[in-house]
Design a protein around this ligand. Structure first.
Ligand code: FES
Length: 148
């Protein structure tokens, strides 16, 4: 392969690589959403858990819900069609914001971990996460924020 052909090949490879990255990003499923608040309830549409692959519907394990009026996001786990858990993403140790990794929430500050029901699974935290009552109504979750 001469120099000109080599450079041309590298250029095509770069363009192809860029196209693949753009394609993968467009396929990415965002798990962070903004939820509206109405009458002290954070509202999350059940369809926010859906992802579609062709004609099939799959469900995300969780979504992280933000609202500008909340100091921390709320992670909502979907256990099945009728069971959800809404967890305040503030560590019960010293108050850092938690990060979600699949079925667990981890604290970047000192390493505490919590399961998808908000129970402590790794210290130094020794209290479970705050959770919120949920009502399913009209194809949406109404997460009661009273006394946040
Ligand atoms: S603030 Fe989370 S483990 Fe310390």
């Amino acid at each position: 392969m001469d120099r000109k052909t080599f450079i041309k090949s590298c250029g095509m490879a770069c363009i192809g690589g860029g196209a693949i990255v753009a394609f993968l990003q467009s396929c990415g499923v965002s798990k962070t959403i903004t939820g509206a608040i109405s009458d002290s309830n954070l509202l999350v549409a059940l369809s926010d858990f859906e992802t579609k692959a062709g004609n099939e519907i799959h469900y995300k394990k969780y979504v992280v819900v933000n609202n500008d009026t909340l100091k921390f996001p709320i992670c909502v786990y979907r256990h099945d069609a009728n069971q959800y858990t809404a967890l305040w993403m503030q560590c019960t140790h010293q108050g850092a914001e938690l990060q979600v990794f699949g079925d667990k929430l981890q604290c970047p500050a000192h390493g505490s971990e919590f399961n998808n029901k908000g129970e402590v699974t790794n210290s130094p935290a020794n209290q479970n996460l705050r959770s919120f009552p949920i009502i399913i109504e009209n194809n949406q979750l109404k997460i009661s924020l009273k006394a946040v």
